[in-house]
Design a protein around this ligand. Sequence first.
Ligand SMILES: CC(C)(COP(=O)(O)OP(=O)(O)OC[C@H]1O[C@@H](n2cnc3c(N)ncnc32)[C@H](O)[C@@H]1OP(=O)(O)O)[C@@H](O)C(=O)NCCC(=O)NCCS
Length: 174
Amino acid sequence: MIETERLILRNYTLEDFDALYEIMSDPETMQHYPAPFDKDRTMGWITWNLDNYEKYGFGLWAVTLKETGEFIGDCGITIQDIDGEMLPEIGYHINKKHWRKGYAKEAARACRDWVFEHTSYNEIYSYMKYTNIGSYSTALANGMKKVKEYPDPKNEISYAYSITRDEWEKLKKG
Ligand SMILES: CC(C)(COP(=O)(O)OP(=O)(O)OC[C@H]1O[C@@H](n2cnc3c(N)ncnc32)[C@H](O)[C@@H]1OP(=O)(O)O)[C@@H](O)C(=O)NCCC(=O)NCCS
């Protein structure tokens, strides 16, 4: 469990299905994906993350509001193919009711800190379709910089952002 000023990040459970489906089935939210998710893919997303916790000790975690316990999305770390390399990646999805309140930034920063404090990775990435301004703005707000731009069959062009352990240590020292 990760606690921030306003959020608690915890493991997914199957009970999160309805709240996750509201996010993943929404065409506006999923505009940078090939298509919104149906119920099977949404359930597959949860079970993929339950497997990730077992396999890696991390995954995408459910993001909930500390005050009410409301599930508002997910954020966490998965291993992704970024231009042919399997790399640790911070991903995020927030219910559009709660966009632009700083929740993705708050959750992503906590995940970035968690990676450098709890794993031996020396660089953590975020990648996205080139059109996904919200996603790369969140990466920038997470102290990352653009390190790659490459053709990607599922995104046409993908951008990759990252922050290294050295950069993170400097950031933390202010
Ligand atoms: C990307 C996403 C998670 C951002 O969530 P959010 O909670 O609204 O983001 P925040 O409020 O924390 O904003 C983080 C930064 O990005 C900026 N930002 C967020 N959405 C933006 C948008 N649509 N356009 C421009 N900037 C945006 C914010 O201004 C903020 O920057 P700042 O700190 O410099 O002010 C959300 O838009 C989302 O769920 N999108 C759909 C799912 C998705 O595409 N996920 C990424 C897959 S690669």
